[in-house]
Design a protein around this ligand. Structure first.
Ligand code: SF4
Length: 461
């Protein structure tokens, strides 16, 4: 029996492929706009005939930092029928470049144009249960014919108003849990390893066979590592007014030249994390882990694990499942959204997932206590971390923060695997509860609105 609704998120909904720079501001709005487009397609012909405009209203953090995050382009892409995983990042960056160009959206058997004039970055407060809210409308002479309200809740997950937060799945999972305590009890009662429990649930949730789940995990790792490799090759400055130079290729060259130094390991890790994060900032294709803003931590660690520690594919997959379990628990019991939790929800969660990944990879028999301890330590040392990106771009502090999150993950793994489990006094469930309470207490200014903190320092530079 679970104490609340069981977790029914798929590993492949947590690890989603899509364009950067922000899953809540890019992938989520694209999916919401795509959903609205589907609704337009099923309108009765007489309603569709009357329509003369589509309006998009962005509220909260979507409005505050949506320009820098490319939310307007993502909305247009979704209305055009583009899907995150198959979007061409260059084509996405080209949308809305020319303010005179408008785009045709099918409504029944005709089309309606949308351009920058129809996308409103609303400054007024909007009564909504979530920080990232968008309202899409189909109008006729300013009268609303169809309206849908969406919440982008982090990591590219969306909820449509009136629908439950946890999507109703037709399949119930064989091993239901909603907390780490319940997960541990299930492992003990059924004498299962963590990998086995998670893969069994995943097969039921997605209808995929074991080999299909394994193949998709390999693909996700490949997408992550492609982002790292692209980022290690790219030079120049990132898009946006900050004109931030890419640093990953410089660090990579530096690390290669100092193979006898004890620092080289850390510099390699920094280079890999920066490479994926810089690709994300440039709008490239990344994997949410658990979000796009934090999409450098796990790719950096898995790249290191593969190329420096030479773990085989099966071990990497097992590590990814352990990471997913931690991501599920945070998403289910707190939030992975910077707009809800500040950066502890994004980089803090990614770091905890990375710590779980490293711990599972290093321990073939996968002690759940060590995995829990590593994840707990990583979250504990991100509590209260604010989200205040300069200019609304996912660049400063985000890119370096991914490298810092990965280094903390590594140290959390070392701390958790040295000494007895009895050293661990705080449970993962407890620290997630603290994260939720801290996020609730933080001022909105520090939750992806660019209204305080480092975001203001730009004016002083
Ligand atoms: S500061 Fe952290 S939470 Fe905010 S946009 Fe950057 S990575 Fe995401």
């Amino acid at each position: 029996m679970t104490s609340s609704t069981p977790i029914t998120t798929s590993v492949f909904d947590l690890f989603k492929v899509g364009p950067g720079p922000s899953s809540s501001h890019t992938i989520g709005p694209m999916k919401a706009a795509f959903d609205f487009r589907q609704r337009l397609g099923s309108l009765s012909p007489d309603v569709a005939q009357q329509a003369d405009a589509i309006h998009v209203h962005l509220y909260g953090s979507l409005s505050a930092t949506g320009k820098g995050h490319g939310t307007d382009r993502a909305v247009v892409a979704g209305l055009l029928g583009w899907q995150p995983e198959t979007t061409d990042p260059d084509a996405l960056l080209g949308l809305l470049k020319d303010s005179a160009v408008v785009y045709a959206v099918p409504v029944g058997d005709r089309t309606i144009s949308i351009g920058p004039e129809q996308i409103y970055f609303q400054r007024k407060r909007y009564d909504s249960p979530y920080a990232n809210t968008m309202v899409l409308q189909l109008l006729a002479h300013d009268q609303v014919l169809l309206e849908a309200e969406y919440y982008s809740i982090g990591g590219g997950f969306i909820i449509r108003k009136g629908e439950p937060e946890t999507p109703l799945t037709t399949a119930s999972v064989p091993y239901p849990y909603s907390s780490m305590a319940e997960l541990k009890a299930l492992l003990k009662a059924h004498s299962l390893t963590l990998d086995e429990l998670l893969i069994t649930n995943e097969m039921r949730l997605t209808g995929k066979s074991r080999s299909e789940v394994n193949r998709r995990l390999d693909q996700i790792l490949d997408f992550m590592h492609k982002a790292v490799r692209r980022g290690l090759r790219q030079k120049g400055t990132l898009p946006g007014s900050i004109k931030l130079s890419r640093k990953a290729p410089i660090l990579f060259q530096q690390a290669k030249g100092m193979s006898h130094s004890s620092d080289s390991f850390l510099i390699f890790l920094n280079a890999y994390c920066l490479a994926a994060s810089e690709e994300n900032a440039a709008g490239g294709i990344v994997v949410t882990a658990p979000t796009s803003g934090a999409s450098g931590v796990i790719p950096g660690l898995t790249y290191l694990a593969k190329h420096h520690f030479h773990y085989d594919r099966a071990t990497l997959r097992a590590g990814m499942l352990a990471a997913a379990a931690v991501g599920f628990l945070v998403k289910h019991n707190a939030s992975i959204s910077g707009a809800e939790m500040g950066c502890m929800g994004e980089i803090g969660t990614a770091s905890a997932m990375g710590a779980a990944f490293l711990t599972r990879c290093a321990q073939p028999n996968g002690s759940i206590s060590a995995i829990e301890a590593a994840a707990e330590i990583a979250i504990e040392h991100h509590l209260g971390m604010t989200c205040d990106p300069i200019g609304g771009y996912v660049q400063i502090p985000c890119i370096e923060r991914n490298a810092m999150g990965a280094v903390k993950a590594y140290n959390a793994f070392l701390l958790a695997t040295s000494g007895a489990a009895s050293f661990q006094k705080i449970s993962l469930d407890a620290v997630i509860k603290v994260m939720k309470a801290t996020g609730r207490d933080m001022s909105t200014k520090y939750k992806e609105t660019s209204e305080a903190g480092l975001a203001l320092s730009a004016t002083e530079c």
